[in-house]
Design a binder for this molecule. Sequence first.
Ligand code: SAH
Length: 460
Amino acid sequence: MKKNDIVKLNIEKTSSDGRGIGFVDGKICFVSGTLEGETAEAKIYTVHNSYLTAGITKIITPSPLRQYNYCDASGICGGCPLSHIDYEHQLTIKRAHVVDTLSRIGGIKNADSLVTKTIGMEEPVNYRNKMVFPIGKKDGKVAGGFYAPKSHEIVELTSCCVGVPCATNVLSCVIEFMNENNILPYNEKTHKGTIRRVFVRTGLNSREAMIVISSATEKIKNLALLIEKFKKLDLGVYNLKSVVLNINKEKNNLVLGDKSITLWGSGTIFDNILGFNFSISPHSFFQVNPQQTEVLYKKALELANLDKTKTVLDIYCGIGTISLYAAYYAKSVIGVEIVDVAIKDAKENAKMNSVKNAEFYCGAAEDVVPKLINGGTKPDVVIIDPPRKGSDEKTLTAIVKATPERIVYVSCNPATLARDVKFLEENGYELKTATPVDMFPNTEHVECCVLLCRKDLIEE
Ligand code: SAH
């Protein structure tokens, strides 16, 4: 078997990243674009000692679980690797992945009975409130869209099923402006040219929109004309509130540079999550699926079971979204976060929403949490929402030492969740329930909200 060979195979299972699994000459083969129950023809991409990878070239027998006509760029853009699978079945696959990792890595014997159904979206399209499109050249012309999988080759997009629909209108408008005014896209290799990216952010509940142009230089010819174009642009339900020029002169691949210049309107937009207002700047971290964020936070708070006697420690709090919501139900909340701008935003957000019972500390959780606990902070409930790499033993040890009744763990990576759950299970806590929440339909990502209770408080 070698690269580019065409093979025919039966797909027996679907992996959590949306690839079908079959066998070729006794070797396991992962085929993108297929799913269980299908017979397919596929082209071999890579050959390894113990497995092969391939991409679908023809479906011979389709599965009844196949989703059709999701997006014109399906299979080319790589952004939605589960988009060939019926949505309900995507939710089943995500749940199975959580059950599997909790049992395999977490050592949880009854995982299947503890993990609930995945909470999906009613309309799992156009959910992303933030879209970033790289700008470059394709066939000698200015082009923008996404990078093809594992490359920096631009896939042109005129519409996208993941982002809010107006985002691609903004992209087309910028490309038109560049063509009309002879403005060159930035070239990563030569470090020449101007516009690097188009970034669109919207507030689902506020209906506000922000457009950020990321550029390698401050000087862009006829910029005033671009702003006029933006003002006339169809943004659907959104109102343009902010146009920002972001400068990134460095030879890096960061989405944004440090310097932002407001060209028109305000430098920030607002959005409202569960009744709380948040001010969002181009650099702010803000959850990208606002509808499901509300579902996730409601679940986290339901599991936290707060009342006005409880002290909450919200670790990895970002701009304080969960903290402010929890503060409404609890006696007090302490938020901990490593990014100082996020902590500044969290404090501002608390003020703007008249929340007086939340305080915030900036620093690494592994340093700040042990200090707080050793200093006498006694949380009744700990909420943690770490990045993909999960938490760490220093932070978890400090949490255990504080003996909270409940730990609510919000995770974006089942593998690190399972590792941390194992540690907590070995140190006096018991996993009670886990709910996957689909924050990223049609992609392989799974968010999960779990409850651990102190073993000595659990009634048999
Ligand atoms: N709870 C927030 C943010 C979750 S994202 C929300 O729902 O919006 C995870 C957060 O953890 C990010 O804000 C990131 O900056 C922060 N973070 C990453 N490593 C950290 C560490 N070692 N200590 C504290 N915070 C950290």
